[in-house]
Ligand binder design. Structure first.
Ligand SMILES: [Zn+2]
Length: 134
């Protein structure tokens, strides 16, 4: 059974915990402003658009678009054996997240490729949201 969140509680705040709980349930949710409906990432106490303190957690639809990507050929962390890719994805709800593309790789440019959220355990056993071509 994959772990559902990073074990280091030092980086976990009250704003992160609901997000990691939703990822553990394979239904990634982000805060959505109750006043102006702006989704926010990373989790935070107030809305960056209207400064409201009110929000609710809403599951993402799962759609996104690759904005940028890179393939690392050098090992920086022992848990991430090269080569591996990193993608910056703009979610349909607006926030930009960083993840990895798993499965088939695009033919030609990766930029503007449509992706969908999926879930997979990383090399350290943590269940993380990943992207696959959609
Ligand atoms: Zn707002």
């Amino acid at each position: 059974m994959p772990k559902s969140r990073p074990e280091s509680r030092a980086v976990m705040t009250m704003y992160d915990e609901p997000m990691w709980d939703s990822i553990g349930e394979r239904r990634w949710a982000l805060q959505c402003c109750s006043r102006c409906s702006t989704f926010r990432y990373p989790p935070a106490p107030n809305c960056p658009e209207c400064l409201s303190l009110d929000s609710e957690w809403k599951a993402l639809c799962g759609d996104g678009t690759i904005l940028s990507w890179v393939i690392f050929h050098r090992e920086y962390l022992p848990e991430y054996k090269p080569p591996y890719n990193v993608v910056a994805v703009q979610l349909a709800e607006g926030p930009i997240v960083v993840s990895n593309l798993i499965g088939n790789e695009p033919q030609g440019s990766w930029i503007d490729q449509k992706v969908k959220i999926t879930y997979a355990a990383d090399q350290a056993g943590h269940l993380l949201p990943k992207m696959q071509l959609g």
